[in-house]
Design a protein around this ligand. Structure first.
Ligand SMILES: Cc1cc2nc3c(=O)[nH]c(=O)nc-3n(C[C@H](O)[C@H](O)[C@H](O)COP(=O)(O)OP(=O)(O)OC[C@H]3O[C@@H](n4cnc5c(N)ncnc54)[C@H](O)[C@@H]3O)c2cc1C
Length: 1325
């Protein structure tokens, strides 16, 4: 129920109570004097029908025609008549809607183009052979596997090269060495005169050669003087172990968005890397491994793809012990130089010195050979595609062509989709000088290209297609130590770009520079490799850079980017790597794959990135696993967004968030609002507590602005639903009815009686009866006008008409807004509202003729006293009928309002508040479930020493992450609904008799009414199932009352029933959609929420395959539109072919209406979420990114759930659904990585959550144990041992079991059965 209904009017209520409604007609705002619409012609046909139904006006019969005919008929006039006849006159007590008057179509209907379906991957490359899974001999254990020996290696003497097949760890030493120490330093001599850059390190002009140690020291001093050490680097080295300092501050600044799943990280200690070798895999039958790559995000699986010189691509599942081969693909036509995973799609791009690409689709296990540019393009494609790179969002592929030209090609699920731009290197000669390096920076806004000719780096502004900077290194000579740069690689997380030169120098530059004039800042030069750098590779979190040279055996270095040092312990000069030709880090940095010239891929596991190790490293407790509190702290360690800013977005504004925080503090400190004991209170105790809170809340309701008070009540609604209901029954329902239905003078009267401050009136709302609920028109309580006494007689004619379920009636209300049939002179005039006093306010005795009872314990919300009421000829003054609309004069004349539809505005507020309550309650449930899932561990997956967090199981992510996305989507939709309701309320408030805006207000009312009906139903349903799923994710503890879930579920369940049963509301929404569809056919302007029904080609739309927000939006529009059309056509067929009445036909197509309403509501929620994202200001960029993931997850997961419709109407094909499944997996994993900070953004205090299992600090077991103990003290004397248990235990067996004879009988029976079994056995034998 909405508290908006009791909005205090600023108008002065100056008329006297009991005024005759007609006596002050001039001063009444609306309805006091019946008025006719200003212009009959303004009304649509349906409106006239509706009026005829409501007001009994006679309408001339019209000619029926079919809707199907309508689709083909050209004659517009005829169309209108047909639509009117079939779709018109849907008057029904469950529906409020009417036609808007005909308007011009031009410019008023959303125009959206559909994208043609992408061409699927063609499998036409007959040269490419997909070899069977596991058929490769690599699947068999390699005799050399696990061995450190490699025939490439000259040195077989490494102590770790013994042929043990088990993994062996290169252990960290205990003593910590200087952060700048490099093991190779001791052996080198550096000439300080040899390079311009080094000259600055001299202490006098003549100084030249220094030793490695001294060189390090000076380099360090110089670097630190230029670049004060970042705080996080200091922390990591001085404290050594992350987690001993709040990790939040350490990494938050450098953490970008959830680039891949499991983005959580810890600070990696410098110095030594704990790394062990695991089983090798084969990279090819012959020749060097050419390139390799890891799938960017595949949940818990690490998928390695290797391209060998035998032109085969092998795909492995790297798990440590067995590393099975999954598949081998042979591509004879392509010598593969480049293997790139698409960042978001399940695709691998392969290229080489050929003018075409190959794309492997992991989703469909197909491969396709594709041209870079369409054959129709008049721009010649590059002849070689050796250097390619996807933008971070995967939408652009950059390809280096000849002459320093870079082709930017649009990319979609089907591969290249056309040239976007060509970037011509301004320094390029135009021929021969290619590009050796491509690096996307600044989240794809910049592209850095490095020319092969001299290694000049160009920084491109991708949006402007402009080179904004060109620079070379600062190592003297050509800038790269005289021999040219060879390779360029960057990492956004580290904020670094590495350039490797032909002399072995590796320069590290800051990625993030903005000046166009100067080169980026050089952060560090490593020169402990002496041959040309051929591979550079950052690990995904950017804390390690690997550099290798293929000119010399065993040449690979690992650099720690935090401290800018070389890892000392590995690899050593004798680590038998062979000639390194390719390398790559797995998605979570756990594995490093090193491909060599012998066609082998050596695999190493970096234990620092192993899940269990990470946990051990950060554990402060000294226990073998982190405590639950530590685990939760780690979950919050490095969110790639600001939690506060995310919270602001989800609460509309900083002001609203701050207010909510204040309310939470106030509530927590108010003793009456204690919640910890609520689960153990009896029904009567809870009810008493409810009334205690009344007085406190009355203070706020009478002193705060409506807006502030509504926010306060939203919060109370999720913390204490029973109290919220009791309070809401008075202020939302009772006062809402009075305010909505009373004339000004009547309202003044009730205000003076104390309806606002509860000083004289405590109300309840008497609509439902024992035999009637949803069908309000069928209520049977009567209010018969007695002309002689100028009174109404309220009466319950039989038991079925007993008012039932009436909240507050049982023991707390003084007055009731009674819904009863108005009877004047024996004629019924429909259901109207009458204020009837129930109890004496002084004695609280029931008044004569009133019979009230308590209806007892309910499923939930026991804080409210629901009761029944029977009236036996109870007399009330005529003025107690609320007469803002229908009026009864002193002489018994009944004046009906011309636009009774306006009264429907009163229903919208309640539904709107329930959309918001659904979002908030789901957020509460998810906060508990997600925090619990993060700290609860069960089993150990993947052989980790520490048990796995529940939230790390992909299926657990599948259970919770889509619900998290849904709750957030519903939250944004609730904001929109509140906005619409606010506008509607103001419009209704200010509407005057004969107001020219009447039709506009009615249109708005129609839209909000229909929208709120569908949303109320589908949001409350989704919330209820969210609560139960969350409960189940807590296992047994979810069943404990103290988890909060049992009461949450029981309290929330009624939201699906009251204020409009969900099924009925869904049907109502479906009916309204049919009406909108007919409006669309007739060319009428549609309300924004349904405008997609009039989009050109919406019914035939096809997916672009991009699965982006546009694609998803269009998909929902297409499916919803088709379902609405189907429902409309079914309805029409039932009328025309089966000869049904319109009402029967409506019932006949109720399933169609229901399904259409569901698709429409989901699509609507998605669209609201999407449009909220589009409106997010630029300063919330990081927060917007996580919401984008959430929005896509919502849309795609709902598509998965409703896949039938998408296939049926051809928007998606099967391959798309396969891709969606993978995408949803990935999005779930992405959201899981930040799930704890995201639910923190819901900003719910522990008091409001009221569950020890969802506490902010993660100390769940201690708090739960404590709570259970405190709430259930064992009594010193057992209450019923003596009376019940003792006699049971001490009873005589003989008495119970019938004595020795019965035992004998039993023995005989057993013997018989045994003999029978023996016989049966013999027979069978
Ligand atoms: C805790 C609680 C508190 C309440 N408080 C109040 C209160 O303070 N004041 C008050 O007046 N009322 C109150 N109610 C009553 C509530 O508003 C009604 O229960 C609700 O409107 C549903 O009506 P009903 O129970 O008569 O169900 P019915 O209308 O009988 O519906 C029963 C079932 O039939 C289905 N159904 C009914 N009609 C159709 C149809 N045409 N097509 C298809 N399916 C149909 C419904 O979907 C439903 O599943 C309360 C109810 C509860 C549970």
């Amino acid at each position: 129920m909405a508290f908006g209904k009791q909005k205090r009017s600023n108008k002065k209520h100056d008329s006297k109570p009991y005024d005759h409604p007609n006596s002050n007609a001039a001063s009444e705002p609306l309805g006091a004097t019946p008025f006719a619409p200003t212009d009959e012609a303004l009304k649509g046909e349906e409106e006239k029908d509706l009026e005829s139904y409501l007001f009994g006006k006679k309408r001339a019969p019209r000619v029926d025609k079919t809707l199907l005919e309508l689709n083909v008929e050209k004659n517009k006039q005829q169309d209108d008549a047909v639509v009117d006849s079939v779709m018109g006159g849907m008057a029904d007590s469950e529906l409020f809607f009417m036609d808007a008057p005909g308007r011009s179509k031009t410019g008023e209907v959303d125009q959206e183009e559909t994208n043609p379906l992408d061409a699927p991957f063609s499998d036409d490359d007959e040269e490419d052979i997909m070899e069977s899974d596991n058929s490769d001999s690599d699947s068999e254990p390699d005799s050399e596997s696990g061995s450190e020996s490699d025939s490439d290696s000259e040195s077989e003497s490494d102590s770790s090269s013994s042929s043990s097949s088990s993994a062996r760890s290169v252990k960290k030493s205990n003593s910590k060495k200087a952060a700048w120490q490099d093991p190779d330093d001791a052996n080198i001599k550096v000439s300080l005169k040899s390079q311009a850059k080094l000259k600055k390190l001299r202490q006098d002009a003549d100084e030249d050669v220094v030793g490695g140690k001294e060189y390090e020291r000076r380099l360090k001093t110089q670097f630190e003087s230029l670049n004060p050490r970042p705080q996080w680097a200091t922390a990591s080295t001085s404290r050594g172990i992350a987690g001993q300092d709040p990790l939040q501050s350490l990494l938050s600044s450098s953490s970008p968005f959830i680039a891949s799943s499991r983005a959580r990280q810890s600070v990696l200690p410098s110095g030594e890397l704990d790394i062990e070798r695991i089983k090798d895999v084969k990279g090819g039958e012959e020749g060097p491994v050419r390139c390799l790559g890891w799938a960017p995000s595949t949940g818990d699986r690490d998928i390695l793809t290797v391209a060998g010189s035998d032109r085969r691509v092998r795909i492995y599942n790297i798990n440590g012990p067995s590393n099975p081969l999954l598949s081998t693909i042979h591509i004879p036509s392509l010598p593969i130089d480049n293997l790139k995973f698409h960042p978001h799609l399940p695709q691998v791009l392969l290229s080489g010195k050929r003018p075409f690409l190959h794309v492997l689709s992991l989703a469909t296990s197909t491969s396709a050979r594709l041209p870079l540019l369409p054959p129709s393009s008049n721009i010649p494609a590059p002849k070689s595609l050796s250097s390619v790179s996807f933008s971070p969002d995967g939408k652009i592929l950059a390809c280096a062509g000849a002459g320093g030209t870079v082709y930017l090609v649009s990319w979609g699920a089907g591969g290249p989709q056309g040239l976007i731009a060509m970037l011509k290197n301004p320094g390029g000669s135009g021929k021969g000088d290619g590009i050796d390096g491509l690096h996307w920076a600044k989240d794809g806004k910049e592209l850095w290209t490095m020319g092969a000719n001299g290694g000049e780096v160009c920084v491109w502004d991708v949006g402007a297609r402009r080179c904004i900077n060109r620079w070379r290194g600062t190592n003297g000579g050509d800038g790269w130590g005289g021999f040219g740069a060879r390779i360029l690689e960057g990492n956004e997380r580290a904020g670094l770009c590495a350039v490797g030169s032909s002399t072995g120098i590796v320069n590290l530059y800051e990625n993030d520079y903005t000046t166009e004039a100067a080169p980026p800042k050089l952060v560090r030069t490593f020169d402990n490799i002496t041959t040309s750098i051929s591979s550079l590779c950052f690990n995904p979190d950017g804390q390690i850079l690997a550099a290798a040279s293929k000119e010399k055996k065993d040449t690979l270095k690992l650099y720690h980017t935090g401290s800018m040092t070389t890892f000392q312990n590995w690899p050593t000069a004798s680590t038998p790597l062979g000639v390194v030709t390719a390398m790559g880090w797995s998605q979570k940095s756990e594995y490093l794959a090193i491909g060599n010239k012998r066609g082998k891929v050596l695999l190493y596991r970096a234990r620092a990135y192993e899940e269990s190790t990470l946990r051990n490293v950060v554990s402060k407790s000294g226990e073998s696993r982190p405590t639950t509190g530590e685990t939760l702290a780690m979950e919050r360690a490095s969110p790639p967004f600001n939690v506060r800013k995310l919270a602001v977005l989800m609460h509309k504004s900083e002001k609203d968030l701050a207010r909510k925080e204040r309310f939470m503090a106030e509530i927590a400190r108010t003793p009456a609002f204690r919640l910890d004991d609520i689960h153990d209170l009896s029904k009567d105790e809870i009810r008493e507590r409810t009334m205690e809170k009344f007085a406190i809340m009355v203070h706020y309701v009478t002193n705060e602005s409506l807006e502030t008070f509504n926010l306060r009540m939203q919060l109370i609604g999720i913390a204490d639903p029973a109290f919220w209901t009791r309070f809401g029954v008075h202020y939302g329902l009772f006062l809402g009815a009075v305010r909505g239905g009373a004339t000004t003078s009547q309202l003044n009267y009730w205000v003076e009686k104390g309806v606002l401050g509860l000083n004289g009136v405590i109300g309840c709302f008497g609509m439902t009866e024992l035999a009637h609920g949803s069908n309000v028109a069928g209520l049977e309580t009567t209010a018969t006008f007695d002309r002689s006494s100028d009174e109404f007689i309220i009466h319950t004619p039989h038991i079925g008409a007993t008012k039932w379920w009436i909240g507050g009636a049982a023991s707390t209300a003084t007055h009731c807004a009674v819904f009863a049939q108005l009877v004047v002179d024996g004629k019924k005039h429909g259901v109207k509202t009458f204020v009837v006093q129930l109890r004496d306010t002084k004695t609280f005795q029931l008044l004569p003729g009133i019979n009230i009872g308590d209806i007892g314990k309910k499923m939930g919300r026991d804080g409210i006293d629901n009761g029944f009421i029977q009236f036996t000829f109870v007399r009330v003054p005529r003025s107690h009928m609320l007469m803002k609309y229908t009026q009864v004069s002193r002489t018994g004349e009944v004046f009906e309002p011309p636009l009774a539809q306006l009264t429907y505005g009163a229903l919208v507020g309640g539904r709107t508040s329930m959309v918001s309550d659904s979002a908030n309650s789901a957020k509460k449930a998810l906060t508990i479930a997600i925090r619990y899932g993060a700290v609860r561990r069960q089993f150990s997956s993947g052989g980790n020493a520490i048990e796995t967090q529940l939230l790390d199981y992909p299926i657990h992510q599948r259970r919770l992450m889509p619900l998290l996305a849904q709750a957030i989507a519903n939250g944004f939709t609730a904001h929109k609904m509140e906005e619409m309701y606010g506008e509607l309320s103001s419009a209704l408030e200010t509407l005057e008799p004969n107001d020219p805006n009447t039709q506009d207000v009615l249109d708005k009312l129609k839209e909000v009414h229909a929208t709120s009906a569908g949303l109320k139903a589908f949001c409350t349903w989704s919330c209820l199932s969210t609560i139960d799923t969350c409960r189940q994710t807590l296992g047994g503890h979810g069943y404990s009352a103290y988890s909060g879930f049992p009461s949450m579920y029981n309290d929330f369940a009624v939201q699906c029933t009251w204020e409009g049963d969900n099924t009925i509301l869904s049907l109502q929404s479906g009916r309204s959609l049919i009406s909108s569809y007919t409006d669309a056919i007739r060319g009428k302007k549609l309300a924004p929420g349904v405008s997609y029904l009039a989009r050109p080609n919406v019914f035939e739309a096809k997916s672009s395959g991009k699965l982006d927000l546009e694609d998803i939006d269009q998909g929902w529009a297409c499916v919803a539109a088709n379902l609405v059309r189907k429902a409309a056509e079914d309805y029409e067929r039932l009328v025309k072919d089966k000869g049904m009445t319109k009402e029967m036909a409506m019932e006949g197509c109720s399933q169609g209406r229901f399904v259409a309403a569901k698709a429409h509501s989901i699509g609507y929620i998605f669209r609201m979420f999407k449009s909220a994202l589009e409106a997010i200001p630029a300063e919330f960029e990081n927060e917007k990114k996580v919401l984008l993931v959430t929005c896509r997850l919502y849309g795609l997961h709902q598509i998965e759930e409703q896949a039938g419709g998408f296939l049926k109407y051809g928007y998606f094909e099967r391959k798309h659904l396969d891709a969606i499944e993978l995408e949803v997996n990935d999005l779930c994993a992405q959201l899981r990585a930040v799930a704890v900070p995201v639910v923190d953004g819901f900003a719910l205090s522990d008091h409001i959550i009221n569950s020890p299992l969802g506490r902010w600090d993660g100390q769940i077991y201690e708090a739960y144990f404590d709570h259970v103990r405190r709430s259930n003290p064992l009594p010193k004397i057992h209450p019923y041992f003596e009376r019940l248990i003792k006699p049971l235990l001490e009873r005589q067996p003989a008495t119970d079991f019938g004595g020795p004879e019965m035992r004998t009988e039993l023995d005989e029976e057993i013997a018989e059965l045994a003999a029978e079994a023996k016989r049966a056995k013999q027979t069978n034998a």
